[in-house]
Design a protein around this ligand. Structure first.
Ligand SMILES: *[C@@H]1O[C@H](CO)[C@@H](O)[C@H](O)[C@H]1NC(C)=O
Ligand SMILES: *[C@@H]1O[C@H](CO)[C@@H](O)[C@H](O)[C@H]1NC(C)=O
Length: 324
């Protein structure tokens, strides 16, 4: 009698277990604490696998008005996120860290301070495509950041958004090693997510020559479902099966240029892939520009971030996924 009840409970647990709802809003920093990487998995302070789901902000230089606590409150509570990703402009025609580091530092800190107050994780993206050419500035940026915030479990570093180059071993890997050394001098344990060649899609190149002797390192995969399909998933799947820990630090449900219609079918396949490995994701973007990837309707204003009536089709898909 006892043992058959146990069996029924066990079967019920196994049956309910994997399909149990995981609303990212209910998985804050106070629940998971210090993150680390175990094998291919992101794990929490108890060593249990954790999946972060969040929203990325639009480029700091073009939408600085989103870089404050009003936005982060909306991202957490209404976009059901446990992660926010400020996108720090480095080298654009309108400026960035190279021309005004103090301004970019202030925007970065505003989002980090809000994320800490709101009990969510924050991934700081150095939004550069040729970061190996700006190593000196990058080291300065991440040195200050890791000194100021390295003791908080909230912070995740992303020192190179999307390397355009295919020269992983020659250019990208040495860049990462230099930034990691700088961060680790101040912050021994928070997770660092590394950009991979060709706009963070050629995970095969990274998995053929991963960094040695580092801990709490993951590698980024970026996708836009309207453009990127099964072949990119296959490359990523092989890299993961070879042992590469992967973090989807940016994805869109439209075309790779950020515009075009929502591709529902391909996005469903991508979400299936993400769930196959329990990967963490960041949707792009909290933006009210009139383009496909914007989560907010044009001119919706910071006070309405993630309110349902102001979400686009893309924004609604991301929120539904964050809740699931
Ligand atoms: C954030 O910025 C918006 C737009 O400038 C403003 O309306 C809002 O009051 C700001 N929130 C905070 C907490 O400063
Ligand atoms: C990694 O660490 C081991 C043990 O300390 C050492 O023998 C090896 O040379 C290191 N490899 C690299 C690439 O630094």
């Amino acid at each position: 009698m006892k043992s058959s009840l146990f069996l029924v409970l066990l079967v019920a647990f196994i049956w309910i277990g994997p399909s149990a709802s995981k609303d990212a809003l209910l998985e804050p920093v106070s629940k998971h604490g210090q993150l680390s990487v175990n094998g291919i998995d992101l794990v929490d302070e108890k060593g249990e696998k954790v999946q972060l789901k969040g929203m990325g902000l639009f480029w700091s230089i073009w939408m600085p008005y989103y870089y404050n606590k009003t936005t982060v409150d909306g991202v957490k509570n209404l976009c059901h996120s446990n992660l926010v990703r400020p996108m720090i402009a480095v080298d654009t025609q309108d400026g960035g860290y190279l021309t005004d580091p103090d301004y970019e530092d202030a925007l970065t800190d505003a989002v980090i301070d809000a994320a800490i107050a709101d009990d969510i994780y924050v991934m700081v993206d150095w939004q550069d495509f040729e970061a190996e050419n700006h190593l000196e500035q990058s080291l300065k940026f991440f040195d200050r950041l890791s000194k100021k915030y390295g003791s908080y479990p909230n912070i995740i570093y992303e020192p190179y958004n999307e390397p355009k180059t295919l020269e992983w071993s020659e250019l990208v890997k040495p860049y990462h090693e230099a930034v990691i050394a700088t961060i680790r001098a101040n912050d021994p344990d928070n997770v660092i997510v590394l950009g991979t060649p060709w706009y963070s899609q050629r995970l095969d190149l990274a998995s053929a020559d991963p960094l040695a002797n580092q801990s709490n390192i993951m590698y980024s995969l970026h996708f836009y479902s309207g453009t990127h399909k099964a072949d990119i998933r296959d490359t990523a799947r092989q890299a993961i099966k070879r042992g590469l820990p992967v973090f989807v630090s940016e994805y869109g449900v439209v075309n790779a240029d950020g515009d075009g219609p929502v591709d529902k079918e391909e996005t469903a396949l991508w979400y299936e892939f993400v769930e196959e490995f329990g990967l963490s994701t960041v949707n792009y973007a909290i933006s009210d520009k009139a383009e496909g990837c914007a989560a907010m309707l044009p001119n919706s204003g910071v006070e309405h971030v993630c309110e349902e009536a102001y979400l686009t089709e893309s924004g609604k898909m991301a929120v539904d996924f964050n809740k699931s």
